[in-house]
Design a protein around this ligand. Structure first.
Ligand code: SAM
Length: 199
C-alpha cells in the first residue's frame, strides 16, 4: 500500500503520459507524507537485480523529495525538509543534485488556504512560479513539470504561465482527485529555452 491515496493521482498521470522511466532524475515537491515518492521508488526498483545500469539493491533512478513537514525515510529517496519559498532550501536541492539535470519535476504542493480568494490564488501562483524557475535552472530541455493547481481564480493565469515556459501544456484531472473538485494538474513538457518569468 501507499502512505496516501495521492499516489493514485500520480499513477494515473504517469500511465496516461508515460512520464516516469527508469534511470531518470525526479524531484518531488511537497512530498510528505511520501506516497508519490513511494510510487516513484517502485518505478525505479530494478525488476532484476543489477539490470538497467543500477548495482544490485540500488535504484535505477534518483528521487529528491522536499517538504515543509517531516517525512518518514524511504530507502533511496533523498529528502530535504524546508520551505520551497526560501532560497537556501532551493539551494540545498541544487546541492543535492550536484549538477545532474532533472528529467521530471512533480509538485503536489498546496499552500495553506486563507479562504480569501485573491490571496490564495497569489500563494498558489507564487509556488508555481518558483517551480518553473527551478525548472529553468535544473530541468532538461526535453523535461516535464507536473504541478497541482486549482480551478477558479487565477487558473487561466497559470495556464498562460505554463505556456510561456513549455512548448506543450496539458491539464489533466485524475479520477482519483474527483473528491476535490477544484484540483487539477498542469503538465508542461519541453522547456522553452530563454522563457523568462515576467517581473
Ligand atoms: N504528494 C504527497 C504524497 O503523495 O504523499 C502529498 C502532498 S500534500 C497534498 C501537500 C504538501 O505540500 C504538504 O505536505 C505541505 O507541507 C507541502 N507544502 C506546501 N507548501 C510548501 C512549501 N512552501 N514548501 C514545501 N512544501 C510545501
Amino acid at each position: 500500500g501507499y502512505r496516501s491515496r495521492a499516489a493514485y493521482k500520480l499513477k494515473e498521470i504517469d500511465e496516461e503520459l508515460r512520464l516516469i522511466k527508469p534511470g531518470q532524475v525526479v524531484v518531488d515537491l511537497g512530498a510528505a507524507p511520501g506516497a508519490w515518492s513511494q510510487y516513484l521508488r517502485r518505478k525505479f526498483a530494478p525488476k532484476v537485480a543489477g539490470v538497467g545500469g543500477a548495482a544490485v539493491g540500488e535504484l535505477d533512478g534518483r528521487i529528491l523529495a522536499l517538504d515543509l513537514l517531516p517525512f518518514e525515510a524511504i530507502e533511496g529517496v533523498h529528502f530535504i525538509q524546508g520551505d520551497f519559498r526560501e532560497q537556501n532550501v532551493a539551494d540545498q536541492l541544487a546541492e543535492a543534485l550536484a549538477g545532474a539535470a532533472v528529467d521530471v519535476v512533480v509538485s503536489d504542493m498546496a499552500p495553506n488556504l486563507s479562504g480569501i480568494e485573491s490571496a490564495d490564488a497569489a500563494r498558489i501562483e507564487h509556488l508555481i512560479e518558483l517551480a518553473i524557475e527551478f525548472c529553468g535552472q535544473h530541468l532538461k530541455p526535453e523535461g516535464t513539470l507536473v504541478c497541482k493547481v486549482f480551478h477558479g481564480s487565477g487558473y487561466s493565469q497559470l495556464v498562460k504561465l505554463f505556456q510561456q515556459h513549455f512548448h506543450v501544456v496539458k491539464p489533466i484531472k485524475p479520477k482519483a482527485s474527483r473528491d476535490r473538485s477544484a484540483e487539477t494538474f498542469l503538465v508542461g513538457r519541453r522547456l522553452r529555452l530563454g522563457g523568462k518569468l515576467a517581473p
